[in-house]
Design a protein. Structure first.
Length: 106
């Protein structure tokens, strides 16, 4: 199955759980793409002692998941994309929604 995950939150526990879900879906053999939107583009800076988000993100990418980061949302925050979270557009989000069988939002 193709699963799209849209992360719009900057709450560490929520983002951590979103990537945990993505990792589980990958382990079940699904194709998973994550689009970071709004506050979600801040996820790589949200690590806490309890919620190791970047660890989950690295595992996600290492296991074949793809992460996209909204370029306009990054620009508003005077931030840039990264190798793990490349700058993307609304067209990328549209394609994810169009091609995926299920969309989950966090």
């Amino acid at each position: 199955m193709k699963i799209g995950i849209i992360i719009y939150s900057d709450d560490p526990e929520t983002v951590w759980n979103a990537f945990r879900f993505g990792n589980f879906a990958l382990s079940e053999g699904d194709e998973v793409k994550v689009f970071l939107l709004g506050k979600g583009v801040e996820c790589a800076s949200l690590d806490t002692d309890r919620f190791r988000i970047t660890e989950q993100m690295r595992k996600f990418v290492d296991n074949g998941g793809k992460i996209f980061a909204c370029g306009a949302c990054l620009k508003i925050r005077q931030s840039e994309g990264s190798e793990m979270c490349p700058i993307s557009t609304m067209k990328d989000l549209y394609e994810i929604v169009k091609e995926c069988e299920k969309i989950v939002t966090f």
